[in-house]
Write a protein that binds this ligand. Structure first.
Ligand code: GCW
Length: 684
């Protein structure tokens, strides 16, 4: 066992798993696997045992060895150092990774795996690596039961849940451990295992089924991943039989405290609760005339003695609007509800804010809430699952989009970026926010029990990239993709064929912009089929209660969110953006229809009219998809046949769907405006 004197333990029998190896095929371990590796640290630590087993697995596959620390190892992994993250020292080709905790050491191990040969052959170095965000969470919208409308995984496009089957936690959780391994290789260390829409069955995970949750936690723990639960604000009534869930009621407070005590008694390293309250029908504090700070602090108080965190979502809006009412603007809702509460949230509350003010669209402005609550720990919430971005049937590498959001500077050039705000370093950050390192980052996972984990095998890149950006939000998305390709498509010698690398970049690097080009234009959003949100339906939401309108008429389209004539949403931003967005002349093209209602003949900053832009981008988008197909087909046997077959099937559907988007959108704009395409292409 790994100890001050490490010595190899007998290998376990390795059964070929029934799922794809994703970015950790044994081939990706070639460089480390050829070396002599030593592990030292506290033998009783589960995660240290994992590091040891990882070293053993890699060396068994590639001819290296696990040796004693004094046996001249090429790679020494040492969990006895101090500080955050891990330290990597390379000295004449000998590498030492040192960390204070076994989990940080495990992250260091995977860092070396990622570097491959370069880890050993690079110049001498002494580097410190620490995550930018203390909290890096993946949220699963998994139900225990199969929901009649939403299925088992709400907005899941990769099969059923990896956690639950047959109405309970799976007996065999080996896949959950394999998932934790993939996450650890990216640096993710927290997972919320159930849907934020907490139905009756799932609510019981908090109480009756806690031993089952403990089994999931035990399956995640060896890879240093901590478990969180989404809980229902009404739990004191539905589970506890109390007459109220009023956050200021003493019995309610006592109920939550007792519930939390029980959770931590069962799972000592439990992470905390995630709450969707007063949102899309979920219960919340509004029923008692209380606000979201009252609600969040109730739970914060219950988990505080255990060092727990409450992720309280800011996704609060009126989903029973009347389309005739032009004064209500869904984009305003989160800021209107939450910004006035700044400073009232307890130190262990993280307000979790969707990146855009509406709802995970392909393009929307960055949420002004992120710039409006300096005295609150804020987390940025992203969606890895591709609800509005092609549902893992379309290629859509989202890291460039996330990177734009993380790098957005709400106070303009030279000011702090969103990634600074959620790290507790925004302007005016309160001492508590700065001291806790902010609220970090969270995202909705795209994983299910599909053999490829993510339905589309290439959608794995999104999960990988989220983890890497959560560790270092300044990474270049193309470089992250390159890492993912290098690991996932490694040949036996650990190297990737150049043509494979080239084609994967060709089909993925710009795939988000391609997707944008044939779907809803210029930031207007939605235009998807109601309910399942796949495929085009320009007026699908136009007269519904959901508050997602585009207001197209015969003359023009877009939502007037200006202070001058519209909903005033632009006023929620600090300068300079409040003015940049307000003014038609300075508003960026890609967000034009998010902020303004303009005639179809309005000339964009790019020089073409709005309607011509729609035609041009929609024709071009379909061509990009055809090019992606041709590029992929040129690989011809260079990728494993199961991956190849699945990707081809998805590409065929992407093309079919892109053509449908193009034709419906072009025809809609043509019929509304009566303006023909200047290039005379076919519009139906
Ligand atoms: O995007 C919407 C989804 C809902 C989801 C909700 C949310 C879990 O359509 O399915 O509910 O967002 O984020 O809470």
């Amino acid at each position: 066992m790994p100890d001050e004197k490490a010595s190899p333990a007998p290998s376990e029998i390795v059964v070929e798993p029934a799922w794809h190896a994703a970015w950790l095929p044994d081939a990706a371990l070639a460089a480390v696997g050829r070396r002599r590796v030593a592990v030292v640290g506290p033998a009783e630590d589960d995660v240290l045992v994992t590091v040891f087993r990882e070293a053993e697995r890699a060396t068994a596959a590639h001819g290296g060895d696990v040796v004693d620390p004094d046996g001249a190892p090429d790679l020494l992994l040492d969990a006895r150092a101090g500080g955050d993250g891990f330290r990597l020292v390379r000295d004449g080709g000998r590498v030492t990774v040192a960390a204070a905790t076994a989990t940080a050491l495990l992250h260091g191990w995977f860092h070396v795996v990622r570097l491959g040969e370069a880890a050993f052959t690079g110049p001498d170095a002494d580097e410190r690596h620490a995550p930018a965000f203390a909290l890096r969470v993946l949220d699963h919208w998994d139900n225990v039961d199969v929901h009649p409308v939403m299925g088992q995984v709400e907005r899941g496009y990769a099969g059923g849940s990896i956690f639950y089957a047959d109405g309970r936690v799976r007996d065999d959780l080996s896949r959950v451990t394999a998932y934790a391994r993939l996450l650890a290789a990216t640096g993710i260390d927290r997972v919320c295992i159930n849907n934020v829409n907490v139905h009756a069955r799932e609510a019981r995970l908090l109480t009756d089924d806690l031993p089952e949750v403990a089994r999931v936690a035990a399956a995640l723990r060896p890879y240093g991943v901590r478990t969180h639960l989404a809980v229902s604000f009404a739990a004191p009534m539905t589970l506890g039989g109390l007459p109220t869930s009023d956050p200021l009621d003493d019995d309610v407070r006592a109920w939550w405290r007792a519930a939390a005590d029980q959770v931590w008694a069962t799972i000592p390293d439990f992470g905390g609760f995630v709450v969707k309250a007063d949102s899309e029908g979920q219960p919340g504090p509004f029923a008692y005339g209380r606000d979201h700070a009252d609600g969040a602090n109730l739970l914060a108080d219950a988990v505080a003695p255990h060092g727990g965190v409450v992720h309280w979502r800011a996704f609060v809006y009126d989903h029973t609007q009347d389309w005739r009412d032009r004064s209500t603007d869904r984009a305003r809702a989160a800021y209107d509800h939450f910004a006035p509460l700044d400073g009232r949230f307890a130190d262990n509350v993280v307000v979790q804010v969707k990146h855009g003010p509406i709802d995970f669209q392909t393009r929307e402005a960055v949420s002004p809430v992120l710039a409006g609550m300096p005295a609150t720990r804020l987390a940025l919430e992203l969606q890895v699952t591709q609800e509005y971005t092609g549902q893992q049937r379309h290629l859509c590498y989202l890291a460039p989009w996330w990177s734009e959001n993380l790098g957005f500077r709400p106070w303009g050039e030279g000011g702090a970026a969103v990634r600074d705000v959620v790290a507790g370093r925004g302007p005016g950050a309160s001492p508590a926010v700065a001291a806790t390192g902010g609220g970090g980052i969270a995202a909705v996972s795209n994983v299910g029990d599909d053999v490829f984990w993510t339905g589309h095998p290439l959608a794995q890149a999104n999960l990988y990239a989220f983890g890497r950006l959560a560790w270092d939000p300044t990474l270049d998305p193309a470089a992250v993709l390159d890492e993912w390709i290098g690991l996932t498509f490694a040949g036996q010698d650990g190297a990737v064929e150049p043509r494979v690398r080239e084609v994967l970049h060709a089909v993925l690097d710009a795939s988000w912009r391609t997707y944008e080009s044939y779907t809803a234009p210029l930031g207007v959003g939605f235009m998807v089929r109601p309910g399942h949100h796949y495929g085009p339906d320009v007026d699908g939401y136009e007269y519904t209660p959901w508050g997602t309108y585009h207001f197209a008429d015969r003359d023009g389209i877009g939502v007037d969110r200006t202070r001058a004539n519209g909903t005033g949403f632009t006023g929620q931003y600090p300068a300079p953006w409040r003015d940049v967005y307000e003014d038609l002349a300075t508003c960026p093209d890609e967000l034009l229809l998010f902020f303004h209602h303009v005639p179809y003949t309005h000339v964009l900053r790019s020089g073409v009219t709005v309607v011509q832009h729609v035609y041009d981008t929609h024709f071009a988008g379909v061509e990009r998809v055809r090019e992606a197909i041709a590029a992929w087909e040129s690989l011809d046997g260079r990728v494993p046949s199961d991956v190849d077959a699945r990707v081809r099937e998805r590409l065929a559907e992407q093309l079919r769907s892109a053509v449908e988007w193009r034709d419906q959108l072009n025809t809609y704009f043509f019929r509304k405006s009566g303006i023909p395409d200047t290039h005379g292409r076919t519009i139906f």
